[in-house]
Design a binder for this molecule. Structure first.
Ligand SMILES: Nc1ncnc2c1ncn2[C@@H]1O[C@H](COP(=O)(O)OP(=O)(O)OP(=O)(O)O)[C@@H](O)[C@H]1O
Length: 768
């Protein structure tokens, strides 16, 4: 029997369209990036450069054909406008400071015409428009004296005729580059949702019907998948169980992997098992890194893999599997390579040619050569993809032309709970069988818009929404992931959970395990009792290195958080962020302690949820310890370090903890840190008169305090890297959350390592 509330697919898709529209608008306005490089004055261009969004005063100095037949332009500072100070000793102009980075999408435009008032003549208007339009590309390299930009369609496909012409137009002009909001993902999501709005019942795949509750998943087919001989002898029981389940499933299988439980490890074996059974697999993830992680681990297994995606955005370690690189290095790519060489030679000859007529002649030849190049390359690409049993791409990359008309037996999505549902559908429209790996108990993808519009208005492309539609759509939001929705729709029978984790000390694991995973997590033997003193280099045994978790209570009135207006008064552009100066000093002192004990700066990360605090900490620590990693809690996700110091910042009379209050953030960000690399050093009975209020009710802390035994929190380690120490700075707000300044504090017996700094003279903290 189908689940009780089937969702009409066009209604779902049109609601998503409205939500996506809202989200895109919120993203563009918050990122301040122009989605079109409108005409701007020289002053605005300079301001954009100063704020990291543009690079001005450039000329095209060289062109060559790069990966995928793309023209890669080298842009150098215009010697005519470069100041004396900006020149190197040999007189070559250098680029000023700018914020353009490898992988950025930029638009390069001719500065002439931009910013001028539009004149009366149509011809002039057209010229200006063209100048403003420019040509889009991706930054492939940046240097002191030039930046390199690969032009051509995003998502692959090399150069179009229009791109060719637009790049050629840039020769001899004064140009500038502006960073653009990368809206390929939105465009692909929109196209997919539009397709879904228009699809009729007969076009829905069985998987689509399951996904929208029109039918239930089919029974497992254990016979068809046959006996499973695992290639990896290290797999644990829950991983083997998940693999058998995914092989036997006929439409949908969810692999639920709490942090460090080996989701990716399991997926590698699963992919190998599918390949052994002659199944063709499409593997996707929401980010390039998530996909490259799989390519890196899969490649040594000698499976023919092809990675689709712009080479500038791939990890260098996987480049040899990039489709665009393969089109040059494979045998089939030989002929493509020859044409490419010819194009380069022609391109070089342009610069030696003075006569305009001759130049035009070469351009015409170039056009023909590029056309041939594209045709041959497209054939070569098609063959390479067709011959690969495993194709890997980001979710939006799966919507590229290279995968048009390609059929896969299975689509696997890693980190599915980090992807918007619309993003997943880009790869799923033609899917028959789907495996999603993720963890719905970690934070969903970040969504900036409120989604209010979609609640208030009927969606585009639908008739008036009825009350029952509104009821049906309850729970459909951008934040609700496909993983989560499928689980609610069909229940736990469609998932298998991985239960052994390889990152956390057993005692630290207790917190996320009990609070979020029904106490089901098990720590592997390799990690359950490791400490910083066990690092493979000499580390002195100190309070900090022999204990896995240390809480420092910075309550007591000397550690107040700073409100945003106080920060901005000092001129820092920190938006609505917060900071806590005294707490930052304590953090710095503990970093000193760790390093004095022998822990290498490269092994330590200092993280905080607030940019304001990050700026403060950076000022204190960056120069002193260049190897130390300083970052935001969110940005640290997925990274590993031996020791992690966390500064929580919040400390106010109102007992507000802001966005730290989200329970999944606790898991995803704080305990996830446990998971990723956090050891927690809990010192024994040094509670003294330090304190936690008995009635603490913060959503951030209540799970912590409801731990049956917080002394069980200890180091969690992964192999590699094996050790981590985690300092947890609890600010004044902890104290005040429940009972203001009441000093009649209570420390639960099980919290053995609560260091109170509240009675410390702040001056002491500055001694070091
Ligand atoms: N069966 C196993 N035996 C030994 N080590 C394992 C096993 N499974 C996973 N690991 C190790 O555990 C660590 C985490 O694995 P992996 O990166 O696959 O986990 P994940 O769940 O994808 O991680 P994340 O929490 O980052 O999503 C890796 O170092 C991996 O080598």
């Amino acid at each position: 029997m189908p689940p009780p509330n089937p969702i009409p697919i066009p209604l779902f898709a049109s609601t998503q369209l409205t939500l996506l529209h809202e989200e895109h608008a919120a993203e563009v306005s918050s990122s301040k990036l122009a989605s079109t490089a409108a005409a701007v004055s020289p002053t605005t261009r300079r301001t954009l450069q100063a704020t990291g969004y543009a690079l001005t005063g450039l000329i095209l100095s060289q062109c060559r054909t790069g990966l995928g037949g793309r023209v890669v332009g080298e842009f150098a500072p215009d010697p005519a406008v470069a100041s004396e100070e900006s020149r190197a000793a040999d007189g070559t102009p250098r680029l000023g400071s700018h914020g353009i980075r490898v992988g950025d999408v930029v638009r390069v435009s001719d500065v002439a015409g931009a910013g001028k008032k539009v004149g009366g003549k149509d011809k002039d208007k057209e010229k200006e428009k063209d100048a403003e339009k420019g040509v889009e590309g991706v930054v492939t390299r940046t240097g002191d004296r030039a930046v390199w930009i690969a032009f051509g369609r995003q998502g692959g496909g090399g150069m179009s005729k229009e791109d060719d012409e637009a790049v050629e137009e840039l020769w001899g002009k004064k140009v500038w580059a502006i960073k653009l909001a990368n809206d390929v993902t939105y465009r692909r999501m929109r196209q997919t949702m539009e397709k879904m709005v228009k699809m009729t019942g007969t076009e829905y795949s069985h998987f689509m019907r399951v996904a929208f509750g029109h039918t239930t998943p089919l029974q497992l087919d254990t016979e068809a998948c046959g006996p499973v001989e695992f290639t990896d002898p290290t797999l644990n029981d829950s991983q083997k169980d998940a693999i058998r389940f995914a092989l036997a499933s006929r439409d949908i299988a969810l692999i639920h992997g709490p942090p460090g439980t080996g989701k990716t490890h399991t997926l590698i074996e699963l992919i190998l098992q599918f390949v052994q059974r002659n199944k063709r697999v499409l593997v996707c993830g929401p980010s390039n890194v998530s996909v490259d992680n799989i390519v890196e681990r899969l490649a040594p297994k000698k499976v023919p893999v092809v990675r689709i995606g712009h080479p500038a955005r791939l990890l260098p370690s996987v480049l040899e599997h990039s489709l665009e690189v393969l089109t040059q290095t494979s045998d089939a790519g030989g002929i493509v390579k020859d044409i490419r060489k010819e194009i380069d030679e022609k391109q070089a000859s342009i610069r030696k040619t003075r006569s305009g007529r001759e130049r035009r002649g070469i351009y015409d030849e170039l056009k023909l050569l590029r056309k041939e190049f594209r045709q041959r390359e497209s054939k070569c690409v098609d063959n390479l993809v067709r011959e690969s049993s495993v194709v890997l791409a980001t979710l939006h990359g799966a919507g590229g032309h290279q995968l048009k008309n390609q059929k896969f037996d299975v689509v696997i999505i890693d980190e599915a709970s980090q992807a918007l549902e619309a993003q997943c559908w880009i790869s799923l429209l033609g899917a028959e069988k789907v495996v999603l790996a993720g963890d719905h108990l970690q934070l969903p993808p970040t969504v900036k818009s409120t989604g209010q519009k979609s609640k208030d208005e009927p969606s585009k492309g639908t008739d008036e929404r009825t009350d029952s539609d509104t009821e049906t759509l309850k729970g459909v939001s951008l934040e609700r992931t496909l993983f989560d929705r499928l689980l609610s729709l069909h229940g736990p029978g469609i998932k298998r959970m991985l239960t052994t984790q390889y990152r956390m000390h057993e005692k630290i694991m207790r917190f996320p395990s009990d609070e979020l995973y029904e106490g089901k997590l098990i720590a592997s033997d390799a990690v359950k009792a490791r400490l910083l003193i066990d690092l493979p280099y000499e580390v002195e045994g100190t309070d900090d290195t022999q204990e896995p978790l240390v809480f420092w209570d910075t309550q007591g009135g000397d550690f107040p958080e700073k409100a945003e207006d106080e920060i901005s008064k000092k001129g820092a552009l920190l938006g609505d962020s917060k900071s806590n100066e005294m707490e930052a000093m304590v953090v710095a002192r503990h970093v000193d302690n760790l390093i004095d004990a022998g822990v290498r700066p490269e092994s330590i990360a200092v993280i905080t949820p607030y940019n304001g605090q990050l700026a403060l900490l950076s000022r204190m620590l960056r120069e002193k310890y260049p190897g130390l990693e300083l970052g935001s809690v969110d940005g640290f996700q997925g990274r590993e370090k031996e020791a992690v110091v966390v500064s929580l910042v919040r400390s106010n009379e109102e007992h507000e903890v802001g966005f730290l209050g989200e329970k999944r953030r606790l898991n995803d960000r704080i305990p996830l840190l446990f998971a990723y690399k956090v050891g927690c050093g809990v010192k024994n009975s040094r509670c003294g008169d330090s304190s936690l209020p008995l009635s603490l009710s913060s959503p951030l802390l209540s799970p912590l305090l409801s731990l049956p035994n917080l002394q069980l929190l200890s180091p969690l380690f992964s192999s590699p890297p094996p050790f981590v120490l985690f300092f947890f700075f609890l600010s004044l707000f902890l104290m005040r959350l429940a009972n203001g300044n009441n000093s009649d504090h209570y420390v639960p017996d099980h919290i053995h390592s609560f260091h109170s700094l509240s009675r410390l003279n702040p001056a002491l903290i500055q001694i070091r």
